[in-house]
Design a protein around this ligand. Structure first.
Ligand code: SF4
Length: 349
C-alpha cells in the first residue's frame, strides 16, 4: 500500500492545534533550526531544551559559532554526547562564513555539502527554514510511514528507506515545513516508538492500514542489531592539592580529543590499580574503590571500575593537567561517561 496524500490535511490541522511549544520553534531562522536538529539527533527533546537556550545565548549567530574557541562549544555541548556533532557544527559554520558569505545555504543539495549534514538534517533545514519541497526522513518518520502503509519490509534496508522517501516526495503539500514537523511530532507524541501507538488519539486513524490490520504495534520491522562490544575500563579520580587530574583523549576514535579522567582499558583490582599507578609514577596515600558504572555508546559499552586516589607527593610530569573543581565546572567539557565518578566530589563542583 502507498502513502496517500489524504494524510496531509488532517496531519497539518492536528499539528496546528497540538504542536508542543519548543524554544527552536519560536521562528524559522535557519541557524536555530539547524542547531536544534543537530542537538535532537539521538537526544530527547526535554534534554535538548536547556542546551539549546544556552547555546543560542552564547553563540546566537552562525558567525559567533564560526569564531568560537573549541573549549567554548565543547563546554556548551558537555553531557549531550556524540561530540562529533558539535565539532561538525563548528566546521560547517566556518564553511558557511568562508564559502557562502555567512548565509546558510537554502537548498537541500547545498546543505548536504556542509560538515555533519546528512539527508535528514538537510531536509529539515531546507523545508522548515526555506520552504523547499523535500522530506525530512528519520527513524520516527519511517516508523509512521511503515505503520500507515502496513509496510512490513525492514526500514533499515536503504532501498526501503529510499522508497518511503520517494512516497513522501509524491505527497508533500505546500506548507512542507509544517508537514515535516507534523510527521516528526506525531511520531514523537502519538505514533510512539516504544510500546503501543496511541491510535485512539491519532488524526490519521481512519487512513492507517497498520492500525486497521492490527499490526501497527509490531512495525516497523528492523534487521537485528549487532550486539555492542563490552569494553572493561578503570577510571581514576586523582586528587592532589585540591585539584583533579584530567587527560586528553587521542585525536581519533571514540570521544576524540575530549578530556577524561585518567585510566586504563582493563578492569584493575585494587592491587593491580596500585601497580598501574606506580607505573605512572603516582605515589598514592589513599586508594578507595568507587561504585562501578556503565556507559552505553552506540556500538560499545564501557563497564568501569573506579578508584578515588589521594596523592601523597608531587604529581608526575606527564600529559595530565591538574584543574580545580571550579575550573572543571567552568572550562573543561567532560563527557557524561565519567559523571558517575564525579559524584564523589559533587559538593565541590
Ligand atoms: Fe500510528 Fe496508530 Fe496513527 Fe497509525 S493510527 S499512524 S499506528 S498512531
Amino acid at each position: 500500500m502507498r502513502l496517500s496524500p489524504a494524510i496531509c490535511q488532517p496531519l497539518l490541522t492536528w499539528f496546528s492545534e497540538n504542536a508542543r511549544v519548543l524554544p527552536w520553534r519560536k521562528n524559522r531562522d535557519p541557524y536555530r533550526v539547524w542547531v536544534s536538529e543537530i542537538m535532537l539527533q539521538q537526544t530527547r527533546v526535554e534534554a535538548v531544551k536547556a542546551y539549546f537556550l544556552r547555546f543560542m545565548e552564547t553563540l546566537p549567530t552562525v558567525q559567533d559559532l564560526a569564531a568560537a574557541e573549541e573549549q567554548t562549544y565543547l563546554k556548551l555541548w558537555e553531557g549531550l554526547g556524540y561530540y562529533s556533532r558539535v565539532r561538525n557544527l563548528h566546521k560547517a559554520a566556518v564553511q558557511v562564513c568562508t564559502e557562502y558569505g555567512g548565509q546558510i545555504p537554502a537548498t537541500h543539495a547545498e546543505l548536504l555539502k556542509l560538515a555533519g549534514i546528512g539527508d535528514y538534517t538537510a531536509g529539515a533545514v531546507a523545508s522548515i527554514a526555506f520552504g523547499e519541497k523535500v522530506p525530512a526522513v528519520d527513524g520516527n518518520v519511517l516508523r509512521v510511514v511503515a505503520r500507515l502503509t502496513a509496510d512490513e519490509r525492514p526500514v533499515t534496508d536503504p532501498k526501503v528507506k529510499a522508497d518511503m522517501r520517494a512516497q513522501l516526495v509524491d505527497i508533500l503539500p505546500d506548507d512542507v515545513g509544517a508537514f515535516n514537523q507534523a510527521l516528526m511530532e506525531i511520531g514523537a507524541m502519538v505514533c510512539i516508538p516504544n510500546g503501543a501507538p496511541k491510535c485512539e488519539d491519532c488524526p490519521l486513524l481512519h487512513l492507517c492500514a497498520g492500525a486497521h490490520m492490527g499490526i501497527a504495534a509490531r512495525l516497523p520491522n528492523k534487521a537485528a542489531k549487532k550486539a555492542r562490544t563490552i569494553v572493561p575500563r578503570t577510571i581514576f579520580l586523582l586528587r592532589y592539592d585540591g585539584k583533579i587530574a584530567l587527560h586528553r583523549r587521542p585525536a581519533k576514535g571514540l570521544l576524540a580529543k575530549l578530556w577524561e579522567l585518567p585510566g586504563a582499558e582493563e578492569a584493575l583490582s585494587p592491587e593491580d590499580a596500585k601497580h598501574w599507578l606506580s607505573a605512572q609514577s603516582v605515589s598514592a596515600a589513599k586508594l578507595l574503590a568507587m561504585r562501578p558504572a556503565k556507559h552505553i555508546f552506540t556500538h560499545v559499552e564501557w563497564h568501569m571500575t573506579g578508584y578515588y586516589v589521594t596523592l601523597s607527593a608531587q604529581p608526575p610530569a606527564n600529559d595530565w593537567v591538574w584543574v580545580t573543581p571550579a575550573q572543571l565546572r567552568e572550562a573543561y567539557a567532560l563527557p557524561s561517561a565519567f559523571r558517575a565518578f564525579l559524584r564523589a566530589i559533587e559538593e565541590e563542583i
